[in-house]
Ligand binder design. Sequence first.
Ligand code: EPU
Length: 342
Amino acid sequence: MLNVQSNVSLKPYNTFGIQATARYWADVQTPNDLQTLLQLADYNQVAKLILGGGSNLLLTGNVEGMVIRMNIQGIELVRENDTHWWVKAGAGVNWHAFVIYCVKHGYAGVENLSLIPGTVGAAPMQNIGAYGVEIEQVFESLEAVNRQTGEVRTFTREECKFGYRESVFKHELKDQYIITSVTFQLDKSPTFHTSYGAIRETLDQMGVTPDTLSIKAVSDAVVQIRRSKLPDPAQIGNAGSFFKNPEISREHYDQLLSQFPDMPGYPLADTDQVKVPAGWLIEHCGWKGYRRGDAGVHAKQALVLVNYGGAVGQEILNLAYEVRQSVGERFGITINPEVNIV
Ligand code: EPU
């Protein structure tokens, strides 16, 4: 039964831990709840904010409209063949719980994406990625509901137009669909992605050899790396990387390299662009570990902005502007937020 409440605190529902209030709040637990909601007489009169795990969100004030919390649960195996399993999960399933479910059942492909906060339904919105894997690599399709008509539509991988932290739902179809479930195509025989970052080294420290390598071991290694670098939102409010890593021309990169010889850069295949870690740029502007009031730049990962407890969204946003400006002035590079600012 759909339950709509008013004046609900959003503090427990955003990982930045920002205090803000939703004028209306609907907890959607089934596709049916969503259809009921769309048919409410005054549904069209209010602005809507769709909420998953609230882990990629910066609230800069109260939400005067309605927050729709997508809380559809359930994971099911829908089909299999000799090489793959197809697994469908509800939009409200916690992402890490989904990864652990897959690891336990031997469904390979999402182990590098362990411990990413958020929900299954939010994952395709920005094509979540970590340690050399993006969700598009295991994505089969998703179901979404048209916010105006209530029509249910299936989107294929091509139709989602995935890119680096991008999908069609952030562009042409922004604010038009609500994702209700996602189906993944997972491998029966794993392809291990262990060359990225510290995975190999961490596996060695864990005593994992090529003979004992498993998706569980990769998942454990990723969890260990993330725990060592990224703040736990239960202890320090944050939304993971606040900015995207910028892509600049090879010419610009070479020019910067003559000034900053140790600046990392990752050439992108089939283009003359180089991706530069924003964390490095921010650190080299002196921000790492900076704190003003309860807003700050994480001491172990400069790409992560944090709320030490009482910061309001505007304080985090002001800090983000200053960080962005100083990176622009020092390196001539514009860094853009990855987080949704509402
Ligand atoms: N670096 C610094 N100083 C810092 C942070 C990073 O110099 O304070 C440099 C280092 O050279 C390091 C490089 O940046 O080698 C890359 O750092 P890291 O491996 O921590 O990854 P990232 O590029 O900062 C991206 C994703 C993360 C994902 C990691 C691992 C984006 C915006 N972020 O971060 O995703 O976990 O790679 O794959 O692409 C997220 O999106 O919320 C997120 C946490």
